[in-house]
Design a protein around this ligand. Structure first.
Ligand code: CTP
Length: 424
């Protein structure tokens, strides 16, 4: 088990051919582990699956072997000559338990080594990520929560379960998150993002995605923002204990961040209203949304038809300026730590950083994350990079890395400004 001291074992970088042990335990969500295994292998990892004997009631070894391309061992008494648990634990760059049942969590929290998977976890010195899935009553049970706390104290990363439909007709907290979210968070951990609870008790508001300004019921003016950076900020902040509210404009059909309160909006105007409504109860506000600077002067209630009188309005768009939401929030904020973004292409006279530094002065927020953007750069991509500019104009370069790594670095900077009395 890794200790907090060994938490930051990996530096930035890719996960190519990293060795990942995927532990599968005996819950109905075991079938979702198949997608997690597939995604890890697609992203270049060398995956070895270690199912508990009970997991094999749900998914067979043949499936795990086919998906991972590696043999599956389930018992310490198989391949005894190879001492599998020691070999697997020592070689792993990352261990991910998906799904983790209440029983497995209890055994792991208490240092048991009564099957191959727990024994492997005890040997592993790499980061261990645990994705619990169980019924709401079990998840909320005090003994289970006590065990979860023990795992976190020991430096393991526990992914908060999602709220939603469970095995039966009921729904609640305890659902295994979307496999893509598990993979993203686990790879973030592999890339060195820590999930220490330094934002516990902090109320964080983040806007994400791109606003859409309607011309008529079928047409709109939008932008290339995918929402990935805003959602990554929400995910990492929630993992670090923050209570997160996300105001989401259009996103690329991304799954909602886990455990965040979601407010879905469309236009810049709606985004402004939502941000203003939630601002007073917050400690940190991050404007990651790409907001339209202009909207059509007139919106038609019916489709503008070719050859109709209104056609002219589409040929020559008349636009009016939208408010600068961030600037207004900064003007009216109270104690909140304010963070903005700058999407810059640079031009013949100024570099993206120069534009970013000027924008930081104009916006007046505590931090401005300046990104270089382009048709295929940053917008929609899984990676990001740039300069995190502080209020006094000093800046820190953030080399290109996954949006989760960048989120972790922005939140590290934010955490340093959070007054101690707000943290629990
Ligand atoms: N923003 C905002 N309201 C707007 C436009 C932008 O709140 N009407 C916020 C964005 O969410 C981001 C920051 O301001 O946090 C900078 O956005 P960006 O699009 O980079 O810059 P603009 O303010 O639009 O300035 P310019 O068009 O000159 O680059």
């Amino acid at each position: 088990m890794p200790s907090s001291a060994t938490e930051r074992t990996e530096s930035r970088g890719d996960s190519t051919r990293k060795k990942i042990v995927v532990g599968v335990t005996g819950g109905i969500a075991a079938y979702k582990a198949c997608q997690v295994i597939r995604d890890f292998t697609k992203r270049g990892a060398d995956v070895t699956v270690v199912p508990t004997p009970n997991a094999l009631h749900f998914v067979g070894s043949a499936t795990f072997e086919a998906l991972s391309g590696n043999p599956v061992t389930t018992s310490v008494f198989e391949h005894v000559d190879e001492v599998r648990h020691v070999e697997l634990g020592q070689d792993a760059d990352l261990v991910v338990i998906v799904p983790a049942t209440a029983d497995f969590i209890s055994r792991l929290a208490h240092g048991r080594a009564d099957d191959l998977l727990t024994a492997t976890c005890l040997v592993a010195t790499c980061p261990v990520v645990v994705a619990p899935a169980m019924h709401t009553e079990m998840w909320k049970n005090e003994a289970v929560q006590r065990n979860i706390s023990l795992l976190r104290e020991d430096g393991l990363c526990v992914i908060e379960p999602a709220i939603g439909r469970l095995t039966g007709p009921d729904s609640g907290a305890g659902r295994l998150p979307d496999p893509r979210q598990i993979v993203d968070l686990a790879l973030a951990r592999l890339d060195g993002v820590t999930f220490h609870r330094n934002l516990a008790g902090i109320r964080l508001l983040v806007s994400a995605g791109g606003t859409r300004e309607d011309l008529d019921p079928v047409r709109f003016i939008g932008n290339r923002s995918s929402g990935k950076q805003g959602f990554a900020l929400a995910e990492i902040a929630a993992q670090r204990g923050a209570q997160v509210t996300v105001v989401a404009a259009a996103t690329d059909e991304l799954p909602d961040p886990l455990t965040a309160t979601m407010v879905h909006v469309r236009s810049a105007h709606q985004l402004k209203e939502a941000m203003e409504e939630y601002l007073p109860g917050m400690d940190v506000v991050i404007m990651a949304a790409a907001v339209a600077d202009y909207r059509p002067a007139n919106e038609s209630d019916t489709k503008v038809k070719k050859g109709s009188k209104g056609e002219e309005s589409l040929q020559t768009l008349s636009m009016v300026e939208n408010p600068d939401i961030l600037k207004e929030l900064v003007a009216h904020h109270d104690h909140q730590i304010m963070v903005g973004f700058a999407a810059e292409t640079g031009d013949e006279s100024h570099t993206p950083l120069e534009h970013g530094l000027a924008k930081a002065k104009r916006k007046g927020c505590d931090f401005l994350m300046c990104n270089e953007v382009g048709r295929d750069k940053t917008f929609g991509a899984d990676s990001n990079g740039g300069w995190l500019i502080a209020k006094d104009g000093t800046y820190q370069e953030l080399p290109a890395a996954s949006k989760y790594v960048v989120a972790g670095e922005i939140l590290d900077a934010v955490a340093q400004l959070v007054p101690r009395h707000l943290q629990v």
